[in-house]
Ligand binder design. Structure first.
Ligand code: MG
Length: 383
């Protein structure tokens, strides 16, 4: 083949490819334009309180509780509804009152194109600082809506392989040996357990769990240890008992002690309470080995995706976690889980009044539903 003919054929092929791209872009634009015309009224945000009932009293280093306040959101556009959620565990400082006040200020009616997500989320971010759970409830509903409008789940829109999801842990709270043993036996479906530590019975907690299972463990201290030398001795002890990492061993204010511990620890030291947003992440390098990303801390899926991308660039480990939440927020977080080293997505299993169906745990592994948006549906028999 002469060089000129090759270029000609190559040019035709490239042209066809470009035409194909251009046609699909045009189709998408036409779809969006049509949608925008139909919904000149703009996006409609609604919300209502929903108290999450815990299956068991949940005890961590600092407190115990049986309920968690929550708010469920929806964003409607062109006959399609996106679902979102804010969960407010006490330690983050948001409440039914603060989330209600924040959401009352959000005027999504000014936006007639839901695909302008950066504009919309920048606007929501700028209303008031903080209020991360309230912001997450808007972000999640917007992702659900846009995914549904594009008829694709978010893991696919991000280009993530749903087969690369990690196993999820199930959390064993601090309790008597008898109850811990019982809960561990009930968690047989999980291939990893997260054990809460930070009181005076840490070794007993681990030994009790180990008396009934040999699955790998995560340890979450919830800032419960105070002394760095004792913390190091405990981490060394834990590393000989199949523990994979230790989360927030010391109070987040003890930055120098945490850096000292991380430098000597045989296990990764993960930040949870110490880190909320992408801005916090910048100060984590050299202090922690990795981060626990939760939508309610960082403000939603958009922020979490950016945070994970940046943390990877910084060479850090990633755990995707959750609060006690319905399947709405848990499944939204699960969309990001193919990017994570570990997952702790059991929040929906800790409550007795979940009104959605979404991600499931199959053979211990996070399993994403093949449905558009964040992939949830309302349960047929609502609780
Ligand atoms: Mg934690």
């Amino acid at each position: 083949m002469k060089k000129r003919d090759f270029i000609k054929i190559g040019g035709l092929a490239t042209g066809a490819l470009l035409t194909g791209c251009s046609a699909s872009t045009t189709d998408m634009s036409a779809k969006r334009t049509n949608s925008a015309k139909k919904s000149s009224a703009g996006l409609k945000l609604s919300f209502r309180p929903y108290e999450l009932q815990l299956r068991h009293v949940f005890t961590v280093a600092a407190n115990s509780r049986t309920t968690t306040p929550g708010i469920l959101t929806t964003i409607e556009y062109d006959g399609v509804t996106g679902f979102g959620e804010a969960s407010m565990p006490p330690y983050l400082g948001e409440s039914l009152k603060s989330v209600t006040e924040f959401l009352s200020k959000v005027n999504l009616g000014q936006f007639t194109d839901p695909f302008l997500m950066e504009d919309i989320l920048d606007y929501v971010e700028g209303i008031m600082p903080g209020n991360h759970a309230a912001k997450a409830s808007v972000d999640i509903a917007l992702h659900d809506l846009t995914g549904k409008l594009m008829e694709q789940p978010w893991f696919r829109l991000w280009g993530l392989n749903p087969l690369k999801t990690p196993n999820s842990s199930f959390t064993i709270g601090i309790d008597t040996a008898e109850v811990v043993k019982q809960k561990t036996l009930e968690a047989k479906a999980f291939k990893i357990l997260k054990v809460k530590l930070g009181r005076d019975n840490d070794k007993e907690m681990i030994e009790t769990v180990r008396s009934v299972t040999d699955v790998p463990l995560y340890a979450d201290v919830n800032q419960g240890w105070k002394d760095k030398q004792k913390a190091l001795e405990m981490v060394q002890w834990l590393s000989g008992r199949g523990v994979q990492f230790v989360e927030q061993p010391l109070p987040k204010e003890q930055v120098d002690d945490i850096a000292w511990l991380t430098a000597r620890s045989p296990l990764p030291i993960m930040a949870d309470e110490a880190l909320q947003t992408v801005q916090d992440l910048l100060s984590m390098k050299g202090i922690y080995s990795g981060i626990n990303v939760k939508l309610m801390k960082c403000g939603g899926m958009n922020a979490a995706y950016k945070m994970i991308t940046m943390a990877r660039q910084m060479g850090m480990k990633i755990l995707v976690g959750c609060m006690t939440e319905t399947s709405c927020a848990v499944t939204a977080a699960a969309q990001l889980s193919p990017l994570a080293d570990w997952a702790d997505l059991d929040g929906n299993l800790l409550i007795s009044n979940d009104i959605y169906e979404g991600m499931t745990i199959v053979d211990g592994k996070v399993t994403l539903p093949d449905r558009p948006g964040i992939g949830i549906v309302e349960k047929k028999n609502k609780i």
